[in-house]
Design a protein around this ligand. Structure first.
Ligand code: PXP
Length: 241
């Protein structure tokens, strides 16, 4: 038996609730602790350039809290890279970012940004920060990710999760399975995330070689009704079954 799949909970939307009213609550560290008690194996936050939810102080506080590994999602932009180097989270996941988007809309174009990404990956590795690249299930992107020194990819599962018709969902799932196989053959750790909820996670579990799932919105939405610890526990039960 291999190791159990890990759940990292993205708690951006706990910060969204705080920022929408500029209140001192809900407390981000209390949320992280609830995730830990529910069985999460890591905490993920996205420090966006527009700071719409997570703030730099949250990232610093989570790193200091230190009871679970911290995965920082971020754009490959000079300001944010400097912050990452200073805070030194356990892992960075580089994502594309557009100011107007509601959430991350697609994977990185690793091939087009090869030069800048190569430099950023090497700087982060130099500070012992593990680097993951958020990519679509696309052969070229995965090959390039391995070539430029990433140790890990996070497969963008949004097209599968948001598919409105079962036959489209199946096509997207097949792409994810092929992509995971290729990434594994290239020596990359395979994570996945985006749009995963309690209903569609079953398909996600068919993807081979998965190491970690990053899940945010679906868990925070369920937490409104059952509490965060219980929402995390329920997702852990599904993915560890
Ligand atoms: N992984 C990445 C790279 C993301 O950008 C996001 C959204 O911030 C997630 C996972 C989590 O997605 P969701 O909130 O839809 O679960």
């Amino acid at each position: 038996m291999g190791e159990k799949m890990r759940l990292q909970v993205n708690i951006d939307h706990v910060a969204t609730l705080r920022e929408v009213r500029k209140t001192p609550y809900p407390d981000i560290l209390a949320a992280a602790e609830e995730c830990r008690l529910g069985g999460a194996r890591g905490i993920t936050v996205h420090l966006r350039e527009d700071r719409r939810h997570i703030q730099e102080a949250d990232v610093v506080a989570l790193k200091k809290w230190g009871r679970l590994p911290l995965n920082l999602e971020m754009a490959d932009s000079p300001e944010i890279v400097e912050i990452a180097l200073q805070v030194a989270p356990d892992e960075v996941c580089i994502v594309p970012e557009r100011r107007q988007e509601l959430t991350t809309e697609g994977g990185l174009d690793v091939d087009s940004h090869r030069k800048s990404l190569t430099r950023t990956i090497s700087r982060l590795h130099h500070h012992s920060i593990r680097v993951s690249l958020f990519v679509d299930p696309d052969e070229v992107q995965i090959r390039t990710a391995a070539e430029i020194g990433a140790r890990c990819i996070e497969l963008h599962t949004g097209n599968y999760c948001d598919a409105e018709r079962p036959e489209i969902a199946q096509l997207e799932l097949d792409k994810l399975k092929r992509a995971a196989q290729l990434a594994h053959e290239r020596g990359l750790q395979v994570n996945a995330g985006h749009g995963i909820n309690y209903a569609n996670v079953r398909g996600i579990l068919e993807i081979p070689h998965l190491h970690t799932l990053n899940i945010g919105h679906g868990i925070i939405c369920r937490a409104v009704f059952v509490g965060l610890r219980e929402a995390v526990r329920q997702m852990c039960c599904l993915i560890e079954a």
